[in-house]
Design a protein around this ligand. Structure first.
Ligand code: V0V
Ligand code: CO
Length: 140
């Protein structure tokens, strides 16, 4: 079902500060910066590597408000890994199969994600405490 790890989402208080850290420490490059009002985040994608089924990234996430998924996460747990995003060929089909297996879907239908992707989240309580995101990259 999974093609690759598309990105690791990391929650932080100060996006620009964390971008500077990842650039200077690991030599990563920002390829996209977006505000996603629906998800309540300001986020940046930093390119890590290219593979046969597409690229992988680190996604740095700063909450737009405290009362958002990432805002609540920071208040409860502090900065750190927030979710794993797996690349899939067809997010709608993946949701159908996972739902049939009894996995609780946060999103019944795909949402708008970073860099034009279609995304959907699975509930962490049904994935061993890991917030899991499905990512269908746009056609190129
Ligand atoms: C919360 N919980 C988590 C978690 N966030 N567990 C693992 N990983 C996380 N990131 C646990 C939390 O400890 C609670 O467990 C329980 O889930 C309910 O949490 P809550 O404090 O009530 O928090 P809520 O109201 O935020 O609900 C949690 C969920 C929510 C996961 C349902 O955050 C959500 O809908 N997330 C999906 C959307 C999202 O995260 N968007 C931001 C990334 P206990 O304490 O009861 O045991 S946007 C993105 O990645 C984009 C745009 C992209 O990739 O393109
Ligand atoms: Co993400």
């Amino acid at each position: 079902m999974f093609l690759r790890i598309d990105h690791v989402g990391i929650a932080c208080h100060d996006l620009e500060e964390k971008i500077a850290f990842y650039e200077s420490t690991f030599g990563l490059t920002v390829v996209s910066r977006e505000v996603n009002e629906e998800q309540g985040v300001r986020e940046a994608m930093l390119h890590v590597a290219d593979g046969p089924s597409g690229a992988s990234y680190v996604q740095l996430l700063e909450p737009l408000h405290p009362d958002t998924p990432v805002g609540r996460f920071l208040a409860k747990r502090g900065e750190g890994v927030h979710h794993i995003g797996y690349g899939v060929a067809d997010v709608t089909e993946a949701l159908r199969r996972l739902s049939a297996q009894g996995i609780r879907l946060i999103d019944e239908r795909p949402r708008h994600g970073s860099m034009g992707a279609a995304i959907a989240f699975l509930h962490p309580k049904d994935v061993g405490g890991v917030l899991t995101e499905l990512v269908q990259a746009p056609e190129r």
